[in-house]
Design a protein around this ligand. Structure first.
Ligand code: C5P
Length: 305
């Protein structure tokens, strides 16, 4: 059986994510922080189409502003393809056509989804046939969120966020995302968190995902999840982008059951009681001139479509 599709290439789709719980512990010497997080993959996808080529090249297009996305060797999808080629010793090449829908530098793991999709696409195109576990291991070397973009669904992440355990989740959760016209740099947000903690003389305790989060996910209960949403990066993101505070209040005033900054931000995720409420909320926010979109989770991880 060949995985090459009719058009002579492979198309892979990988999801963006929301951290419904993100506890940040201390900073290690390598600059990374100890995390305990609950990820939910949501229905906003990056597509990567890999076609055979003598070299490794990339082009990027998208429904979102792609101004900040490099099309050179520093692009994470291209680095993923190169890493896979090096590790498997293949001499084959590929052209990667990345189509972005996840906001760039938005805190939703769009770059990580590109890398996950590129790994799966090139593995299929080149017939290198790595096991899921091997792809996860390569993914972790590319970025802390890449293993989750491969796995999808709902999962608990520890370590840098790259040590994953699937979590049980029932039903579906409806979210309204509000995109920001400017991105935030993830390292900047972590640095700001360190600065705020130093200023407050607050030490970081060992992070753990609270049992109430797992219960809410397992029950498929948005009201219960609303009570347990937490993002330790939110204070740092709001410190760099104070305008997001008013946005959070606005979403709640328009009926969201809860709102939080997604990952390192600046995308804000509002949890709705159901699909109908999400529809009303996104319409209301859009009427006010905001870039609001409706998504749901959990959804599958990177896979050939
Ligand atoms: O692994 P990734 O490239 O996605 O991480 C981007 C940046 O986010 C890191 O360079 C680091 O500054 C910060 N980070 C962190 N601790 C983590 C994950 C990311 O400090 N667990």
């Amino acid at each position: 059986m060949t995985l090459i599709q009719d058009f002579g290439g492979v198309r892979v789709r990988a999801p963006g994510k929301i951290n419904v719980f993100l506890a940040v512990g201390g900073r290690h010497d390598d600059g990374y922080h100890e995390l305990a997080t609950a990820f939910q993959a949501v229905s906003l996808y990056e597509d990567v189409v890999a076609t055979a080529s003598d070299e490794l090249t990339i082009s990027v297009t998208g429904d979102v502003d792609i101004a900040g996305v490099p099309e050179d060797e520093s692009n994470l999808a291209l680095r993923a393809a190169r890493l896979l080629a090096e590790e498997t010793g293949t001499r084959l090449g590929a052209h990667l056509d990345v189509r972005k829908a996840v906001p760039v530098a938005g805190g939703m793991g769009g770059g990580s989804a590109d890398a996950a999709a590129a790994l799966v696409a090139c593995d299929a195109l080149w017939g290198t046939g790595l096991a899921a576990r091997e792809l996860q291991e390569l993914g972790a070397r590319l970025g802390a969120d890449v293993p989750f973009a491969l796995m999808g669904g709902t999962a608990i992440g520890t370590g840098r966020g790259d040590r994953l355990n699937p979590a049980l989740a029932r039903g579906r959760f409806d979210w309204v995302l509000v995109e920001s016209p400017f991105g935030l740099s993830t390292p900047d947000v972590y640095r700001e968190l360190d600065r705020l903690r130093e200023e407050e003389g607050a030490g970081a305790s060992a992070p753990a995902v609270e049992a109430t989060v797992l219960q809410a996910l397992r029950a498929g209960d948005p009201e219960a999840l609303a009570e347990t949403l937490r993002n330790d990066l939110q204070e740092a993101a709001l410190s760099l982008r104070p305008d997001l505070r008013a946005l959070l209040d606005r979403g709640i005033a328009r009926g969201a059951v809860a709102g939080l900054v997604s990952g390192s931000g600046p995308t804000v995720a509002f949890l709705a009681a159901d699909a109908e409420q999400a529809k009303r909320l996104s319409r209301a926010l859009r009427d006010e001139g905001l870039r609001a979109m409706r998504v749901h989770g959990p959804v599958h991880g990177a896979r050939v479509v």
